[in-house]
Design a protein around this ligand. Sequence first.
Ligand code: MG
Length: 248
Amino acid sequence: MPVAVKTQKEIELMREAGKRLHEVHLVMRDLIKPGISTAEIDACGERTIRQLGGIPGFKNYEGFPAAICISVNDEVVHGIPDPSRILKEGDIVSLDAGLIWNGYHADAARTWGVGRVSDEAKRLMEVTEESFFEGIRHAVSHGHLYDISRAIGEYASSRGYGVVEDLAGHGIGTHLHEPPVIPNYSHKGRGMLLLAGMTFAIEPMINAGTGEVTWSDDGWTVRTKDGSLSAHYENTILITDGEAELLT
Ligand code: MG
């Protein structure tokens, strides 16, 4: 499957998907407080997606049982919402959500602190978000894919964090996961040529310790191997002739 260059009409649909998903994240952000369960956040996220006319992009995707992936503390990604999983003061929580609008996907993740969090946790969340913005400075027409990867990885690792290498960003459009695979670390070669109209989900996953991860017995939840905190920040972006456009 070649990397698709979206038409103007497709780009419009992706903007609509992205705008709605951004809205969903704002609604979920306002719920984050000590005492709420991850299942309540998921239910609200799914309700908001549907109220906005979208379809939850993750629900039943490869069998995932919920609309929102909710990963707490040492969980990196793909945490399954659970009524008995109650957020506590000082936790950090990553919310990863997908929304389909007229057949087009948007994908975005945010990590939030629950109540007051440690300076260490705050810094991890900041560096993760900053690494995304370092990466997309290179997301320009006629740039090369791995310049994005290198910028993300070097930014985070030079600040002493572990970059998760077992998971990556991806192309996105009529499918949630389209080519290319977009690593978050320095990669041999330059990678493919970027062209205006390509749409990508860029998503650094950054650990306070090493970048190594393990898969839990539930088949979904990915955790840091050393038990350190992990943060995730993701947007769906559009390559243009100028700066990348954030769709989410
Ligand atoms: Mg993604």
